[in-house]
Design a protein around this ligand. Structure first.
Ligand code: SAM
Length: 282
């Protein structure tokens, strides 16, 4: 009998992947962690029944989280990653020799250990000497910090349950405070397509624009995420993602990327009209 993984997240639409086998299943103190193997998406991680990353398309999401801000800020030395237990964001960050420190704050140690064991191509870089792992809630970690990071990347779960605190005004205010005067905050910004997600997108954007002088949204196509149309937030104290884009020395010249390139950097900020309306741009 065929075995299918189904998200069943949207009441009338389902996303299912035919799986060959289940490689890992464990309930941690925080969530249900599962890793499956499939023909089309390769191995994939789900938390509480929702797909977090697949071997087939994780490069799209992780490259867009990292190379967009790294191609704008001229001198990133210190980075904080919140969430990101699969290691994909860290793998992209360690490509930059100029980065001196990468703090990773993941609430659930078991996610990191499971990904190291079963998704080694994604979780390959936790051993880099610049990476410091702390297992704690991201909001609690950031509350006491001032003027510490050039870049913060929030790669948490959706705005319900565990990840909810990472979408609050209090959290964004703390990110602002923990960033240096030229710092940039990148966060996963959900999908604009289905109505229940679109409401979340609008709320997130309003909180970010209230917290940062520059706050824009960019997009990418991530097939394994709900609707496949995914948004990212670019919030910044000083640098504009297009006006300050280091076009002539783009990351694709120096780094091996499969999705990110310089024309795409600019195009990613050109949003469809219905998304602009959602974000109060027009
Ligand atoms: N990009 C994925 C997505 O949107 O589907 C999420 C990636 S997954 C690696 C997100 C990670 O955030 C999980 O490992 C989870 O344990 C962690 N996380 C959730 N809430 C957190 C919190 N409050 N503080 C720190 N990490 C958190």
């Amino acid at each position: 009998m065929d075995l299918w993984f189904s998200e069943g997240k949207h009441q009338s639409v389902d996303f299912s992947i035919k799986v060959n086998q289940q490689l890992y299943s464990q309930k941690s103190a925080f969530q249900q962690i599962d890793i499956f193997e499939s023909d089309v998406f390769g191995r994939f991680l789900s938390l509480d029944g929702e797909v977090m990353m697949t071997e087939k398309d994780e490069f799209i999401y992780h490259e867009m989280m990292v190379h967009v801000p790294m191609s704008v800020h001229p001198d990133v030395k210190t980075v904080l990653v919140i969430g990101g237990g699969d290691g994909g964001v860290v793998r992209e960050l360690v490509k930059y020799n100029s980065i001196a420190l990468i703090d990773v704050v993941e609430i659930d140690e078991l996610v990191v250990r499971a990904c190291e064991a079963f998704l080694p191509a994604t979780a390959a870089s936790f051993q880099d000497a610049r990476v410091h792992l702390t297992f704690q809630d991201g909001l609690r970690f950031i509350r006491p910090l001032y003027d510490r990071y050039d870049l913060i990347i929030v790669d948490g779960t959706d705005p319900n349950g565990l990840g909810e605190v990472l979408f609050t005004k209090e959290f964004y205010g703390n990110c602002y405070k923990a960033l240096r005067p030229e710092g940039i905050l990148i966060n996963q910004h959900e999908s604009p397509f289905y109505q229940q997600d679109a409401i979340a997108v609008q709320k997130i954007h309003r909180k970010l624009t209230a917290s940062f002088p520059i706050s824009l949204v960019y997009q990418a196509h991530v097939p394994s995420y709900p609707s496949g149309h995914w948004l990212f937030g670019f919030s910044s104290k000083r640098y504009h993602p297009l006006a300050d884009f280091k076009d002539s020395e783009g990351a694709d010249r120096q780094l091996a990327t499969r999705y990110y390139n310089r024309p795409l950097h600019k195009g990613a900020f050109a949003l469809p009209t219905y998304v602009k309306e959602l974000l109060d741009y027009v």
